[in-house]
Design a protein around this ligand. Structure first.
Ligand code: PEP
Length: 247
């Protein structure tokens, strides 16, 4: 079993002043956490947050990366650029990027590959919509999304982090029950085990309205190795209580 990871996804929130205040609060209260802790911040603030986080226990993450190494890709940010800014994790395939930017499984997989090639851990998001869940397709969808990443990254698949994020639970206040989440995590673990001898090293995070109240029960599940936290990562106190809920 791997050390748990609690990663905040700030999404498109923050300002120079708000970030400084939030990170000051997080760093003041985080102490020596029992789990790994990271914040995935908007790209323009990576340099600021790198400086504020310094060598402390909270690590720096980004929210997206280009699948390309360099060149005529206006607006994109390469993994090498992220690396230069001290980025340790990058979210790929978040449902908001799949939904609003049309990202395909194949593109997500190539983004994960670019991150891995630069020593950055991709947090690969998978998850079904409400319609897909209600039509019994949850397993099919998450397995298809993960299969693409395994296909292109098989040799170093044990270096990724997976985040199961049911789309219907993101930002809605609806959380998967610990049993619902565990059932999908077990499916993902079995798929990873078939692909790698080191699947037990791969952290599978749950994301979707995780908060101070529900974190403990979710994190107690066998195959839930941490959380990807959206809304609750924007308040130091809420984020820290999730970190503290890690067994
Ligand atoms: C997310 O966007 O990754 C997420 C889990 O959001 P929230 O916690 O707000 O549901």
């Amino acid at each position: 079993m791997t050390r748990k990871l609690i990663a905040g996804n700030w999404k498109m929130n923050g300002s120079l002043q708000a970030n400084a205040q939030l990170l000051q609060g997080v760093q003041a209260g985080v102490g020596a956490p029992r789990c790994d802790v990271a914040v995935c911040v908007p790209a323009p603030y990576l340099a600021q947050c790198q400086q504020l986080l310094g060598e402390g226990p909270v690590q720096l993450g980004a929210q997206d990366v280009s699948a390309h190494a360099f060149g005529a890709f206006t607006g994109e940010i390469s993994a090498a650029m992220l690396r230069e800014l001290g980025v340790r994790y990058v979210i790929v395939g978040h449902s908001e990027r799949r939904q609003y930017h049309g990202e395909t499984d194949q593109q997500v997989s190539l983004k994960a590959k670019a991150a891995l090639a630069n020593g950055i851990t991709p947090i690969v998001c998978v998850g079904e919509t409400l319609l897909e869940r209600e039509s019994g397709q949850t397993e099919l969808v998450v397995k298809r999304q993960l299969a693409a990443v395994i296909h292109d990254n098989g040799h170093c698949i044990s270096e990724i982090v997976v985040a199961y994020e049911p789309v219907w639970a993101i930002g809605t206040g609806k959380t998967a029950t610990p049993e619902q989440a565990q059932a999908v995590h077990a499916v993902l673990r079995a798929q990873l085990t078939a692909a790698s001898q080191h699947a037990d090293r791969i952290a599978i995070l749950y994301g979707g309205s995780m908060n101070a109240g529900n974190a403990k029960a979710l994190l107690a599940q066998n195959d839930i190795d941490g959380g990807l936290i959206g809304g609750a990562s924007l308040k130091a106190e809420d984020f820290l209580s999730i970190v503290a809920a890690c067994p």
